[in-house]
Design a protein around this ligand. Structure first.
Ligand SMILES: Nc1nc2c(ncn2[C@@H]2O[C@H](COP(=O)(O)OP(=O)(O)OP(=O)(O)O)[C@@H](O)[C@H]2O)c(=O)[nH]1
Length: 287
């Protein structure tokens, strides 16, 4: 597993190396400031980090400072079956692909998976998820466009219970006519999941497009206010030089980053390891 995050941060690190002075043992707060800005950390947070630094900063001190910004993830409770996860986020963030990646991962762990196509707002979303289900050889519950998404969520959980399936992944719409509609729909899906199985959904995962950098934060806050998010997955980390935004995302939202997308294939999902992440960024300026 090791090395995927570092590889996915290549564009971010290349950009820092091009713009920030060469490698060294110690860096000044001004150099650290440049490093963080180049990596797309939000300026408020950059200021906060830099304010606490001494005149000469070594790698270990800065690493500890940065690691502190990440909220650790709770391990999911292992004995819940089916374990129901609701996948939320705006269209285009990478929801469908990430559902496929999670399903692939669970299958690799020897678990059975079912998908629920509860983004019934767009026919294309249902088709895309159905194609992934075929490719992954996992069952899917899907209806026609326009049907009640919470009914799809209910049916998916009911089928998982009847067939003794381990993991349920439910897709949701990312955009309706208004934000109020979207909030109401998501809340209803959450309520109905709870009716299908007490305690469900067990995790509400927010998918954020990493190429948006820190501008994904406000979007995340909106979803968090709507339904309460348990963890974040940042997609397309490989496609951006804005990899430093993960520091701001984690710190501002006070939510754990659980996985990052490192490519377009179904294997390209890496568990997020703050240690590896911070090391990769610091490699750009420290010896
Ligand atoms: N390079 C890269 N591309 C990704 C990653 N995750 C998703 N993508 C691509 O991003 C695009 C959007 O992903 P989708 O999964 O279709 O996004 P979505 O949120 O479901 O969007 P809709 O289908 O429009 O609702 C696709 O072309 C994916 O292949 C990633 O980690 N790295």
């Amino acid at each position: 597993m090791f090395g995927f995050i570092k590889k996915a941060l290549k564009k971010t690190v290349d950009n820092i190396e091009e713009n920030v002075p060469k490698k060294k043992k110690y860096a000044s707060p001004e150099e650290i400031e440049e490093l963080l800005i180049e990596a797309d950390v939000e300026y408020d947070l950059v200021e906060k980090i830099v304010a606490s630094l001494p005149a000469k900063v070594n790698r270990v001190a800065l690493k500890n400072e940065l690691l502190f910004l990440f909220k650790p993830a709770n391990a999911p409770q292992a004995d819940i079956k089916p374990f129901v996860e609701l996948i939320i986020g705006v269209n285009g963030a990478g929801k469908t692909t990430t559902i496929a990646k999670l399903a692939y991962r669970y299958k690799q762990e020897g678990k059975s998976v079912i998908l629920g196509a509860a983004d019934t707002f767009r026919a294309a979303a249902i088709e895309q998820l159905t194609r992934w289900a075929q490719k992954l050889d996992v069952p899917i519950v899907a209806t026609k466009q326009g049907h009640d998404p919470s009914a799809v969520a209910y049916d998916t959980i009911a089928k998982a219970k009847a067939k003794n399936i381990d993991n349920v992944l439910i897709d949701t719409a990312g955009r309706l006519h208004t934000q109020t509609n979207l909030a109401e729909e998501l809340k209803k899906i959450v309520r109905v999941c709870g009716k299908a199985m007490e305690g469900a959904p067990h995790r509400k995962l927010l998918i954020l497009d990493g190429t948006q950098g820190t501008s994904a934060i406000n979007q995340a806050k909106t979803f968090h206010e709507m339904v309460g998010v348990d963890g974040v997955i940042v997609t397309k980390l490989d496609g951006t030089a804005k990899g430093g935004a993960l520091l701001s995302i984690s710190h501002e939202l006070q939510l754990p980053i659980l996985f990052v997308g490192t490519g377009e294939k179904m294997e390209d999902l890496a568990p997020f390891d703050p240690n590896e992440y911070v090391d990769a960024i610091l490699d750009a300026i420290f010896e």
